[in-house]
Ligand binder design. Structure first.
Ligand code: DP6
Length: 313
């Protein structure tokens, strides 16, 4: 009746930004991500409580978060009330997104606590009901999410890469992905073009991944992220997720490239920038990012695997 699971956060190289179903959290376009080894959530679920409760890093969660967790349990057919405790083992909690790793770990822990046997695909579909991007943290590695569930298309070691997370601000962002994505879909005049772009980018990204072409994949990921932000900037009211340090990091990567160092950026719906580079360039790229004004810390990650249950009783 009690189980603990661990999952990694992921960063998308072809982004999910637009739902075709707001209740089922189904995407308008497919996305591709890689799991990040140093960004980990550990979640324990104990069934049979008097009422549902959710502690996030020791603090009671907001009602909305509790309802999202309940939606995952309901979809798994778990009627018992649950005591859920979730911890982010992120180097510092500087506003880094944790919903992907959080809901992936929750789905796996809840199902294990209930004694259910489920495939990774089923777990992915359950995690998706908490947060769309969580579908990709279940299989981990290099993962593609097209519709109800995500799947691993290549194991973590397929393409040696480093993902350097430059922390560009502190605290939670003003407009979360849930709301920002909806606003963009409903008001940006560029949204149809963005969705078409993702549908073209995914097969190209999969070809580059298969060929282990890090330069090609990095450049594609940077273009894809900037186009997502172009779409969000065009929303009404506009969504400006960047801080000055975000732009400073983009410029630093451009300078590195003109010096012959391969490093490319991706940016989620927030101020932090993730640089993609080869392991042999990681120290040099991390040093350059640390010198950018406003960068608080740089977390060097390698590709990681999927969710795993570490304890069940
Ligand atoms: C910009 O998965 O957090 O990180 O499905 O509404 O919970 P909901 O949104 P969420 O959105 C992630 C958006 C993104 C891009 C991505 O991870 O693909």
């Amino acid at each position: 009746m009690k189980a603990t699971a661990i999952a990694h956060a992921n960063i998308a190289l072809v982004k999910y930004w637009g739902k075709r179903d707001d209740d089922l959290l189904l995407p308008q376009a497919p996305s591709l991500s890689v799991a990040l080894d140093r960004l980990i959530t550990t979640t324990t679920v104990e069934l049979g409580a008097a009422q549902d409760s959710l502690l996030l890093d020791g603090r009671p969660a907001e009602r909305g978060e509790l309802l999202r967790a309940r939606a995952v349990l309901d979809a798994a057919g778990i009627r018992e009330r649950a005591r859920i405790e979730s911890r982010n083992d992120f180097p510092t909690g500087a506003g880094l997104a944790s919903s992907a790793s959080g809901f992936a770990a929750l789905a796996a822990a809840a199902v294990a606590a209930a004694g259910q046997e489920r495939s990774l695909g089923e777990l992915s579909a359950l995690a998706r009901l908490g947060s769309g991007s969580a579908a990709r943290s279940v299989p981990g590695g290099w993962a593609v999410w097209r519709d109800r569930e995500a799947e691993q298309v290549a194991p973590p070691e397929h393409l040696p890469a480093r993902l350097l997370v430059a922390v560009c601000a502190q605290g939670p962002k003003e407009v979360g992905s849930r709301e920002g994505m909806k606003r963009t879909r409903d008001t940006s005049p560029y949204h149809a073009a963005w969705i078409e772009q993702c549908r073209r980018d995914l097969p190209e990204a999969l070809r580059l991944l298969r060929e282990r072409d890090l330069a090609g994949l990095g450049a594609l990921a940077e273009r894809n992220a900037l186009r997502m932000h172009a779409d969000a900037l065009a929303a009404d009211p506009p969504l400006v997720y960047w801080e000055p340090a975000t732009l400073g990091c983009l410029r630093a990567l451009q300078r590195l490239r003109s010096d012959g160092v391969g490093a490319w950026a991706t940016i989620d719906a927030g101020p932090h920038l993730v640089a993609i580079c080869a392991p042999s360039d990681a120290d040099r790229v991390a040093r350059a990012l640390r010198l950018v004004a406003g960068v608080r810390e740089v977390i060097a990650c390698a590709p990681a695997g999927g969710v795993r249950v570490v304890e069940a009783s």
